[in-house]
Write a protein that binds this ligand. Structure first.
Ligand code: DGJ
Length: 744
């Protein structure tokens, strides 16, 4: 059991092989935070870590005493206004207008395994011994509201999952206006804060700054986790790097509005928080009502950022992603979007699919434009039946023809949206999110369906399920191309309007869940104008996500590198597209486009018939390679080696769990001349094993793991001299792909 409660000192110790998490029931019944970090011994008394001495406070809890104030105490789930002046984890608006609460320890439970969170995605266990759970029940006696702090510490993975549940056992309705999933007070502020921010086509760029006194935060109030900030942050010691030093990662398993924040007080205590963004949020806790926050996951790594990432990768790949496709090799797909956009006929699609099949593709995906009156972005969303002009035999007929070619068939949907020019909107104009009496803003000429209402979700489910039952569909790309404005639901009264953003996400999860259950063998790939909803919440329903609309091989190095901090390689949709690239207008070698896309759920986004015969041969070789090595790339330990955010090179590698095989990707942005000899130090290999290193099918030498890790792989290229004068000139946007295989 990885959770101990010391009755004598009222301390909880959660631990696994690498981490300890210590808490204590405080004198006033609230829960104090003692320590989160590298594993320390099981000991009865860690109370000295409260460090409540010497420092004067501006307000004290007990009459005639100057010893107990929450102002300087490190806490687990703090509230505002009872001697703590920092940002609180919770806030409850009560009938008398007060927001003061006092949740005190009542009891706790410790058990093996992990409970599911109703209606919400969450990490899970497959056998009870994989994790231990602690539930601490606190009560506000005056309101008769119960608050349960849930903690699960994984034994097989180095991670702690947290969430909070509120239940109103009282007589009065209250409004929960803030309910973070995680709050954690750390004793100092000697950290760099790292966030993953960007925009459409440059998602999850790595942004670093030193923590400062005051509040720093990222978040989203767009109704989706967003392109702009990811619900994931890291705190790392300034001297920590990819391979050593303390790194903390905090991730929210949620797809909607979020806040990730660190508040450093004047004594350099750091309060980290993660949860639903409080802006505009409220939840009516009626008598008998309850609220469950989304789950947050925290990882402590003593082995730098790669150590932290690998913990998230394993957990999210094997204990967040679920179902039929979790452990299966992902099909190599070809998507028609950039090949045709809206301009296609059935014949054109079949021709594209036929060429794809010839080259070894396994799955053909029909993107936007197949349904209703959809011939451009102005109409049709919501009418999920095939357009008879374009597809005379419907999706049913097309999917059968594609399957007859020996390919699987996949289909695009954007289920949360409607165009005004659609039957759905004409019949149900009140089914969009819009504020009565106010203008409703559009995005891409589309409006957001009110997924907080069950009848709307039911209607959409009915349409999709019909197509999926009638046709042979193996894959769904689930897109979402705008953010929510004028958020208001006509299905709820005034007192529940603060719930709509969250209820929308619950409706989204419900639809995913129903489709997952009804069609368990369909592979779902989530998407939101590229990577606008790349978050752990959706990985629970869709094990892969379209990483970005930007498929340029140079841009993608940054996007995939940034995404890899929290998310496994298997979760990143990565495609080779045509050049000049449609987003960046850049021309890169086909080999490099492939070598970048191979570190993901691989596919093509082009009509292969438009390539030359030589290029087709390169494509065939790429496909052969991916088929041979995709399991290793998806399930191996992923190491970031060189950062595209720091220089002209990117490098990463995947190492098989038994360390006998590895694949290295090495990328150069701009070519150079007469430059230094270069070495690339590899990671994660077995020191004493002899590896054959293969490049382009030829053996490039035999080296011991220790040589490759400590001396490094020779990465010198022809730019060490006069590039053009050599037999093997390298060029701008050049890359190498190396396979390491242990001898014997
Ligand atoms: C945005 C997606 O990111 C693209 O891949 C494509 O599916 C379009 N939407 C279709 O409208």
């Amino acid at each position: 059991m990885g959770i101990i409660y010391q009755e004598s000192t009222k301390e909880f110790h959660l631990y696994n092989r690498e981490t300890s998490y210590l808490m204590k029931i405080l004198r006033n019944g609230q829960i104090g935070q003692l320590y989160f970090g590298k594993r320390v011994p099981l000991k009865e008394d860690y109370g000295y870590l409260l460090e409540n001495r010497y420092r004067p406070a501006s307000a004290y809890v007990y009459d005639n005493e100057y010893s107990f104030s929450l102002e300087h105490l490190k806490q687990e789930y703090p509230s505002y206004g009872t001697t703590d002046f920092r940002m609180p984890a919770l806030e409850i608006l009560q009938p008398n207008g007060s927001r003061i609460t006092d949740f005190c320890y009542h009891s706790h439970k410790i058990y093996q395994g992990k409970p599911a969170l109703q209606g919400l995605p969450a990490t899970y266990t497959e056998s009870p011994g994989e994790a231990d759970t602690l539930e601490i029940l606190l009560k506000d006696e005056r309101l008769n509201i119960e608050m349960t702090l849930l903690y699960t510490i994984f034994q097989t993975e180095n991670a702690i999952a947290r969430s909070v549940r509120f239940e109103n056992k009282g007589e009065c309705a209250c409004q929960l206006t803030r309910a973070m999933s995680l709050s954690l007070d750390l004793p100092d502020a000697d950290y760099e804060w790292i966030q993953f921010s960007g925009a459409w086509s440059r998602e999850r760029y790595v942004k670093t700054r030193l923590l400062q006194q005051g509040v720093q935060s990222v978040g989203s109030v767009r109704g989706a986790s967003s392109h702009h900030h990811n619900p994931f942050i890291m705190l790392k010691r300034p001297k920590a790097d990819e391979f050593q030093g303390e790194t903390l990662g905090f991730s929210l398993v949620y797809s909607g509005n979020f806040l990730a924040q660190a508040e450093v007080d004047t004594y350099n205590v750091t309060r980290v928080m993660l949860g639903i963004h409080p802006l505009g949020f409220s939840w009516l806790l009626e008598p008998g009502g309850a609220f469950q926050t989304p789950e947050a996951v925290a990882v402590y790594s003593a082995h730098g950022m790669n150590g932290m990432s690998q913990a998230f990768h394993r957990l999210y790949r094997t204990r967040l992603a679920r179902g039929y496709w979790r452990d299966r090799e992902r099909p190599i797909l070809l998507n028609n979007w950039e090949a045709t956009y809206f301009d296609f006929t059935k014949e054109k699609l079949l021709a594209i699919a036929k060429t794809a099949k010839e080259d070894g593709v396994e799955l053909f995906v029909l993107d936007d434009g197949w349904f209703g009156s959809r011939c451009s972005e102005t109409s049709g969303l919501g009418d999920w039946w095939p357009n008879p002009q374009r597809l005379p035999e419907g999706i049913c007929g097309l999917s059968k023809e594609i399957e007859a070619m020996g390919l699987k068939f996949g289909l695009w949907f954007e289920l949360e949206m409607v165009n005004k020019d659609s039957e759905l909107y004409r019949n149900h104009p009140d089914w969009i999110l819009q504020t009565p009496g106010r203008h409703a803003s559009h995005g891409r000429k589309q409006y957001v369906l009110d997924f907080s209402r069950k009848e709307v979700v039911d209607y959409i489910y009915g349409l999709v399920a019909k197509i999926l039952k009638e046709s042979k569909i193996s894959y769904i790309k689930w897109d979402m191309n705008r953010n929510i404005t004028e958020c208001f639901s006509q299905g709820y009264g005034a007192e529940r309007q603060g719930e709509i953003f969250h209820r929308y996400i619950l409706g989204l999860y419900d639809l995913y869940d129903r489709l997952n259950r009804e069609f368990p063998e369909i592979l779902f790939e989530s998407c939101a104008s590229g990577g606008g909803r790349f978050d752990p919440g959706l990985l629970y329903y869709a094990p892969q996500c379209w990483t970005s609309d930007d498929t340029d091989a140079v841009e993608r190095q940054k996007i995939q590198y940034g995404t890899s901090y929290a998310y496994p390689v298997s979760s990143m949709g990565t495609h080779v597209s045509i050049t000049p690239n449609h987003q960046a207008n850049r021309t890169t070698p086909l080999e490099t486009r492939g070598n970048v896309a191979m570190f993901g759920a691989f596919g093509y986004e082009l009509d292969l018939a438009r390539l030359s015969q030589e290029e087709r041969e390169i494509v065939r070789e790429q496909i052969r390679f991916v088929k041979k090595y995709r399991r290793l790339i998806h399930t191996g330990d992923f190491y970031r080696l060189l950062s595209p955010f720091e220089g002209n090179f990117t490098a990463w590698m995947a190492v098989s769990p038994d360390k006998r095989q590895a694949i290295v990707g090495y990328y150069k942005i701009l070519n150079d001349v007469n430059r230094e000899f270069r070495r690339l130090r590899l990671q994660g290999l077995e020191e004493g094993l002899l590896y054959h290193v293969w490049e382009n099918g030829a053996c490039a030498g035999d080296f011991y793991g220790s040589e490759l890790m400590h001396i490094g792989l020779i990465a010198t290229d022809s730019s060490a001299g006069e590039v053009g004068a050599t037999e093997t000139p390298c060029c701008d946007f050049w890359s190498r792909l190396l396979v390491l295989e242990a001898e014997g």
